[in-house]
Design a protein around this ligand. Structure first.
Ligand code: ADP
Ligand code: MG
Length: 499
């Protein structure tokens, strides 16, 4: 399975091997086998039906929307969508699972194969998927310490999950986090999962082992329920160090399921891992095999929107953007749409990219806003950028105008109308703020002549080959124009005049 993969970066002489199992909660309104609502945060047990309570005689009925989402995922990762897949009972005893088994898929999952492709430090990576299968979530135990009792909330029971399983293809915690981020981007982009990690809509289990290069795979330990990218990296790094220390001390690694404790930064064992045999899987007699007609798959394929990596490739090709920019701009559909509007209106794709990745994302982060809440509209930014491109305003001046648009609601309503009207309003605003660059070369030349006359010493030094003296002259000229000259133009004129 690992043949042909290059050896990964070594940690204390060991190669790190990681495989992921990710539970994504699907965005259906109702549960996978019942009509109860999947909404988050309701009073305990108000969103559980007879099926979710496992009352005798209650039978599961497949939710078509969950299957639809599995098909969309399979297409997004170039997987095979099984024509015929089977639901199985995974038997175990736990208070939050009243049936005594979880309905899942075992031998024949709905999504088979496929891959998740992304860049890590500019290098392309491809993580192969083994499968993605549909299953139901369990309920929750609530430990009410104040009354010394535990309760069971079955609101989550029966929530549809798609569990996505990779080959053990990742070779570092950084690659694992990059994979998880890319997967998160795909499922939220196609809209099958809301991606809310705090609410548990996207939970990753990281299987980690280490080996000396060239040796067979080592024994893995599985870190359960990582629900933040930061913890993911910390947990894997800790686990790798722990396993290496164990082996160096002469201990064998025992297969186990572990939990990461963010407070201590350590992983600790929950239980030794069950084998598949312990679950006594067998096909669920209450559910017929899931049959997906090919025309359903083809109809879904035809209706799916452009995927992020396809869009990124188009940005590189059509706008001549670096791959890095294209990757950043396709972090979310809304960001990509914002960028495309700015690029189309301003006809300045690289400037548009710089502003979206720079000023916009810096301010959104700083104010904890989403791109959907950005105060400056895409046409407004395009208008500002057009004025940079035409030389009307410097980059710094543009930042001041941008700042006004961001913070001042009155100014924001002034810069409105069709794009032509908006441009006219932006020009007027630039003028009113005294930020218009001097484009009249005659006027600028006169100022430069004055500067040369007043700084004879610097002129001598420039003629003697002193570059610093040149900077001093540029500075003087900028000062004389109150910063309104275009520095590149000043430089050019000075060079011309000084020969
Ligand atoms: P199980 O059925 O016990 O969960 P799987 O074979 O399905 O085991 O593997 C679960 C996950 O563990 C997969 O993502 C797989 O890539 C990963 N994995 C398997 N072996 C190793 C290993 N030696 N080191 C790291 N990850 C592994
Ligand atoms: Mg598994």
């Amino acid at each position: 399975m690992q043949a042909g993969r290059p050896t990964g970066p070594l940690v204390q002489g060991y190669e790190v091997i990681i495989g992921f199992e990710t539970h994504t909660q699907l965005t259906t309104q109702s549960k996978i086998f019942s009509r109860a609502s999947t909404a988050f945060g309701a009073e305990p047990n108000t969103q559980a039906s007879a099926v979710d309570f496992a009352l005798p005689g209650a039978l599961p009925v497949m939710n078509k929307g969950a299957v639809q989402r599995a098909i969309e995922f399979g297409l997004a990762v170039n997987a095979h969508i099984a024509e015929h897949s089977v639901f199985a009972r995974k038997n175990y005893f736990y208070p939050d699972l009243p049936k005594g088994y979880q309905i899942s898929q075992f031998e024949i999952p709905v999504v088979q194969g496929g891959s998740v492709d992304f860049f890590l430090d500019g290098k392309p990576c491809s993580v192969r998927l083994v499968r993605a299968h549909l299953e139901e979530d369990a309920g929750k135990s609530l430990h009410e310490d104040f009354i010394g009792m535990s309760g069971i909330d079955l609101n989550r029971a029966g929530t549809p999950l798609l569990e996505i399983v990779t080959e053990p293809d990742m070779r570092s915690s950084a690659e694992a986090v990059a994979y998880a981020k890319e997967l998160h981007k795909i499922v939220t982009w196609i809209g099958i999962c809301d991606g809310n990690m705090q609410e548990g809509s996207f939970r990753c289990d990281a299987n980690v082992s280490v080996r000396k290069p060239g040796e067979p795979l080592g024994t893995r330990r599985e870190i359960k329920n990582l629900n933040s990218f930061r913890f993911m990296q910390q947990a894997i790094d800790y686990e790798v160090r722990w396993q290496i220390a164990q082996i160096e001390d002469g201990h064998a690694i025992q297969q186990a399921t572990v939990l990461f404790d963010p407070d201590t930064g350590e992983t600790r064992s929950m239980r030794t891992k069950e084998d598949a045999a312990d679950y006594r899987y067998f096909p669920d007699p209450d559910l017929p095999p899931l049959v997906i007609a090919r025309d359903w798959v083809e109809k879904t394929r035809a209706e799916m929107s452009e995927l992020p990596r396809v869009m990124a490739a188009r940005f590189v090709k059509d706008y001549g953007l670096p791959e890095y920019d294209a990757g950043q701009l396709t972090q979310s559909k809304a960001t990509a749409a914002y960028f495309e509007t700015v690029a189309a209106l301003s006809k300045q794709p690289k400037l548009a990219s710089n502003w979206v990745m720079g000023e916009i994302s810096r301010r959104l982060n700083g104010e904890n806003l989403d791109i959907e809440q950005v105060p400056v509209t895409a046409p407004q930014l395009a208008s500002v950028i057009s004025h940079i491109a035409s030389g009307t305003i410097s980059n710094n001046g543009a930042k001041q105008i941008f700042d006004l648009l961001w913070h001042d609601p009155k100014i924001k309503t002034l810069v409105a109308g069709s794009f032509e009207e908006m441009n006219a309003n932006t020009s007027a605003l630039i003028e009113a703020q005294g930020l218009k660059q001097m484009s009249d070369t005659g006027e600028l030349e006169k100022i430069i002549d004055d500067v040369l006359a007043a700084n004879a010493k610097n002129v001598e030094e420039v003629k003697a080959g002193n570059a610093k003296a040149m900077n001093a002259l540029v500075g003087q000229a900028m000062k004389a124009t109150k910063g309104k000259a275009n520095p590149a133009q000043v430089n050019e004129l000075l060079k011309k005049k000084l020969g």
